[in-house]
Every structure is written in C-alpha cells, then in structure tokens.
Design a protein around this ligand. Sequence first.
Ligand SMILES: Nc1ncnc2c1ncn2[C@@H]1O[C@H](COP(=O)(O)OP(=O)(O)OP(=O)(O)O)[C@@H](O)[C@H]1O
Length: 316
Amino acid sequence: MKKSSPAVRARGIEKYFGEVVALDGIELEVEQGQIHGLAGPNGAGKTTLLGLLLGLAVADKGSLQILGTPVGRALAAPAGVTGFVDGPGLYPSLTARKNLAALAELQGRNARTAGIDEALADVGLTDVADDRVRGFSLGMRQRLGLAAALLSKPRLLVLDEPSNGLDPAGKRHVHGVLTRLASEGTAVVMSSHRMDDLETLCSEVTILSTGRVVFSGPLSKLAAENGELEYRLLTSDPEAARKVAGETAGIRTADAAGGVEQAWFVVRAEVPALDGLVVRLVQAGIAIRELAPVVSPLEAAFLALTDQAATEQQEN
Ligand SMILES: Nc1ncnc2c1ncn2[C@@H]1O[C@H](COP(=O)(O)OP(=O)(O)OP(=O)(O)O)[C@@H](O)[C@H]1O
C-alpha cells in the first residue's frame, strides 16, 4: 500500500435491499490514524456502510478502496481490516481467554504468543478471563469483541456502536484502546448514537440521513457551520442579566423551565453576539457563574441536519 492511500475511499456507493435504498451515493474518505465517527438516525445506513467496509456485503454501485486496494465483488474482509457489526461473534460456552485462543488458532497463529493476556488487559477483562462468555453482559461482550479485533493488529478497525452497554470503566478502557490504536496509525471507523463519545474520540464525523451524507469533516467545521445555539446562563443577578441580554443585539432570551424566578435562563445566539453579552454583563458588575450550550454543538448540528434532510426528502 502506498503511504498516501487513505484507509477508506468510497465514491458514489449505492446499496439496495429490494425497494429500500439503504445507501444513496455515499462519499467517504478516512485517513490512516484517524478515528472517524458515523452518526445518523435509526435506519440511516450506518450498519450497511460498515458492513461494506468489512466485506460482509458488496455495493450495488460505486467504488470502494480499502487500504489502497479496490474492493471486488467477493464477500471477504479486505486484508488488514477487522471489526464487527451487530455484536461480536463469540462462543458462549468458552471462556473469554479460550474464545481468543480459538480465534488466534483460526488465524493460524500460536495462541500462547498471540498477545491474548495483553488484549484482555487492554479492555479490562483480566479478572473475568476464565469465566464463560455465556454469563457476560452486553458491555463485557463488546469489550471481548474489541480484544478479539486487537489480536489481528488491524490497519482498519470497523466498529458498530462500540460503546453499547459499557459502564464508565469499560468506556475508559475502550476509549483508551481506540485512541492508542489511532496514534499507532490504525484507522478506526465507528458508529455511535452517543454524541459525547463521538466528540471525545473522533477527529472527523460523517452524518448520514436516509442513506445520504449530510455532513462529513472535522467537528470544528460542524460547530462553526451550525450558527446559533442555545446556552444556559447562570449569573449572580438573574434579573439584571436578563435585562442586559434583552438589550444586546443578536441575543434572544427564553424562559427557564422554572420560570423567571430561576437563577439561570437560556439565551439563543451566535458566538460573536454571545461574546458581546459576556462583556456587557461583566461591565454591569454581573458575575457569570456558568455558561454552557444546552445541547453540544455536535448534537445541535446533528438534529438540524437530519431534520432538514428528512424534510427535503418528504418534499421531493
Ligand atoms: N438485510 C436487510 N434487508 C432489508 N432491509 C435492510 C437490511 N439491512 C438494512 N436494511 C434497511 O436499510 C436501511 C439502513 O439500515 P441500517 O441498519 O444500515 O441503518 P442504521 O443507520 O445502522 O440504523 P440503526 O441506527 O437503527 O442501527 C434501513 O431502512 C433498513 O431497514
């Protein structure tokens, strides 16, 4: 593979299930060493797209290159790619360690030198390594699936909802593993409904809506394109602050859920107007105790973009 080849390059990908258009002209580019998030409402096509990257299905139209090699019509995981959709495939009657040993042997490797203990430690499953997978929770299965993926030292890792069912400790392990893999040059493509996870982990995101890309690029671009946002504002003098906000250009105020007596209220503004409000509040001797978006910029953009795309489709 040439050094400059992206891990994924998809052009004009279409995929149909009978009458259903699951993917409708997808363009996607993922660089090596990048964690790329896929977001979108239920049925948007995320799992279908991840399945194509894993060689579980082939596109009906368009071209797909993985790690510099064009993907043909055969159903097979392209070399260097691993991951799972719809949960990892595990043997319930075997222990976590034996699952990984069986997998290593299937890959033609010696189970003793395949790095099984390290992989289990990486995902935080050392303590339950000799327990049968039958009794594992969803989060533990997800973590074991990731450990299995680590064994093959992938150059592209594809994960559908890897945060599903994870407790905070599990999440910390999974995030740590993904970040480390990316720093070592592995590309990760992952779907998630958790905007906070995507914000923490991903340098770029692609948002799908009914099989189409409605945004693809860095999160910073998404936040900048989003324009007005709602912010929750807590000050030392809510009544005076509300008055100042009402007199500041570009600021709209909304009542707090608890009515005007509340210590905080909500303002809607673009960033420059918000800056102006902060300066005026300070000049008026009003202290700002908290100022934070009501929903994250990614979540706001997600809702705006997917709503807009759905409305446009209904009109056509
Ligand atoms: N095997 C299949 N047979 C028929 N239709 C399918 C099949 N797989 C997916 N679809 C349809 O393709 C569309 C995209 O589904 P997909 O599972 O890729 O969405 P998704 O974004 O992963 O959704 P979710 O967030 O609910 O997991 C949906 O309309 C779905 O019903």
